[in-house]
Design a protein around this ligand. Structure first.
Ligand code: IPD
Length: 269
């Protein structure tokens, strides 16, 4: 049986090195766009690519039999039970524009389930981790033995008072649909936040900086690490009618989860 703490240590080593490298190599001002992907708004920079290469190299030299799925590169099939799911810079648009909300996101997945998650905000250096069944926390220093603060999610709030984090897909048709659903949701809650990095949104609900989350169109690398961090902080995550997936991801405290999820479905997400 794979030792989960060992996986988290590998993730943190790779994540810290990639975050430092990206921070040190980010040019001042606006970063150049190397290419676009699924749509003209779906951008990638040379630093995304090189950050992913660095993470892949560190992880696969420590664990050569594992698989690897990254946002920017070619997948490596696993010869062990573990596959790594990595977003080398989640929040690429923020990174390009110099808005300090972009992150390295690394998860280890076994049998389709994220068993550890590691997210570091590259600009601030704040680091978050979780082990499935072992809790979620923020490290209070960069050392291996740094003190950790447990993440326990937001305090109780009624659905009409929720601050809801969300994001928009790169596909223009999905965006039209999201905005229509959002127009119905917004008058029924406190407000929304669109920070621009799904991994940081899921960390934000784990930290209690927002009350709930909804997004459509997330890819596995946007979701995998934040999902285990939010779940271990006590949140319930769901998809439209099953586990969270590209169709829909919703997250809320257990006491209001069903009411909130029903509202999201009723709004047409
Ligand atoms: C994006 C961000 C954004 C979310 C998009 C993601 P990327 O990831 O997480 O917040 O709304 O759906 O694709 O492209 O910046 O790595």
């Amino acid at each position: 049986m794979t030792e989960l703490l060992e996986l988290l240590t590998v993730a943190r080593t790779a994540g810290q090195q990639a975050a430092t490298w990206v921070k040190d190599n980010r040019p001042p001002g606006r970063v150049g766009i190397a290419a676009t992907k699924s749509s003209p708004t779906d951008i990638v920079t040379e630093l995304d690519r090189r950050s992913e290469e660095l993470i892949r190299e560190i992880i696969l030299s420590a664990r050569p039999l594992d698989g690897f799925v990254g946002e920017e590169g070619q997948d490596v099939a696993a010869s062990s039970e573990v596959t790594w799911v990595v977003d080398p810079i989640d929040g690429t648009a923020n990174f390009v524009y110099g808005i300090p909300a972009y992150a390295v996101s690394i998860a280890a997945v076994i049998d389709g389930v994220s068993v550890i998650g590691y997210v570091v905000n590259i600009a601030s250096g704040e680091e978050f981790g979780a082990i499935r069944g072992g809790g979620a926390w923020q490290w209070l220093g960069s050392e291996t033995n740094a003190a950790r603060e447990k993440l326990t999610g937001p305090p109780a709030t009624s659905v009409d008072q929720l601050l809801v984090a969300t994001g928009f897909n790169y596909d223009a048709n999905v965006r039209r649909h999201q905005v229509t659903a959002l127009a119905l949701l917004l008058p029924q809650i406190r407000d929304i936040r669109r920070v621009g990095a799904a991994a940081l949104d899921l960390v934000a609900i784990a930290r209690g900086q927002v009350d709930a989350y909804v997004e459509q169109g997330l890819k596995p690398w946007d979701l995998a690490a934040g999902q285990v961090i939010a779940t271990e902080a006590g949140l319930v995550l769901s998809g439209y009618d099953g586990p969270p997936d590209e169709r829909l991801v919703m997250a809320a405290r257990p006491d209001i989860a069903e009411e909130y999820f029903a509202l999201i479905r009723a709004c047409g997400f």
